[in-house]
Design a protein around this ligand. Sequence first.
Ligand code: FO1
Length: 314
Amino acid sequence: MALNVVVLVGGVGGAKLAFGLARILPPEHLTIIVNTADDFWLYGLRICPDLDTILYTLSGLVDRTNGWGVGGDTTIALDALRRYGEETWFRLGDQDIATHLLRTGWLRDGERLTTIVARLSAALGVRQTILPMTDDPVATMVTTAEYGEIGFQTYFVRYRWQPVVTGLRFEGIERAAMTPEVQAALERADIILLGPSNPWLSIDPILAVPGLRALLIARPVPRVAVTPIVGGRALKGPAAKLMVELGYEPSPEAVVRHYGEAINGFVYDRSDGFLSLPLAHVAAFETIMKFDNDKIYLAQTVLEWIKSWVSLQV
Ligand code: FO1
């Protein structure tokens, strides 16, 4: 019998592992819980970059160079917005805008983000379950040395994550409710994975949804994080830079310590040699996922390793 696997992810890095898992698991056995704290409003549209990255990756529509947006998309609407004097630092493609138009309309009609994602998934032929971490609006706010507190996408895209970060907060998180779908998925899970996403920017908002971290910790199943840090550097994006700015060493050890009780297993990269980590279950694999084969290999290797350790315990 296939196991139920739940994976917590942010954007591009997590999407790669989700892709690998989707290739080897029956679709009804894979649930992807996605960060929504990088969602924001732009031109009156609700944009959910991490959700869309997962949706486009699993449907095969994704732009394979960027890892986000729709492959081959044009930017005619963005050019027209520029003509009106609008700022266009966030590159929204024309096909991508169709997703935002529908989602915004459905949200305005009072529909939950969870059911909206299910509708979009079904229309794009995605059979795995993609769940937003919450239906409620949460916004990552980044305090920077240069600009004070700014929204996440302003920090990440507009300023290309160059400002020095002195603090982070997730606006609205206290009022965010865990959805019944997220709760049920975690309660049913045989294996819970934390993808190689940024622990502070992508995974922390998910764990900060009231009750979610406690539910995770209470589950007596493998809860395994895959490292986003290899050789002291981030696989993608600002994880290593951010860790230094927040006073941590950019290392797998610091990631393990940060996750604390939320995990009981950890996968780091083979190139980091032998690491002594304060966890019962630790493995070193090839974690860099450049090609589709790498994604499938890592997903397969991690699941096989977890299954071997679970059967040893039984
Ligand atoms: N990332 C960029 O670096 N530049 C962009 O212009 C950009 C546009 C964009 C449009 C739609 C979308 O779904 C994602 C987009 N991203 C862009 C990626 C995204 O903002 C980040 O990767 C995530 O928010 C971080 O997890």
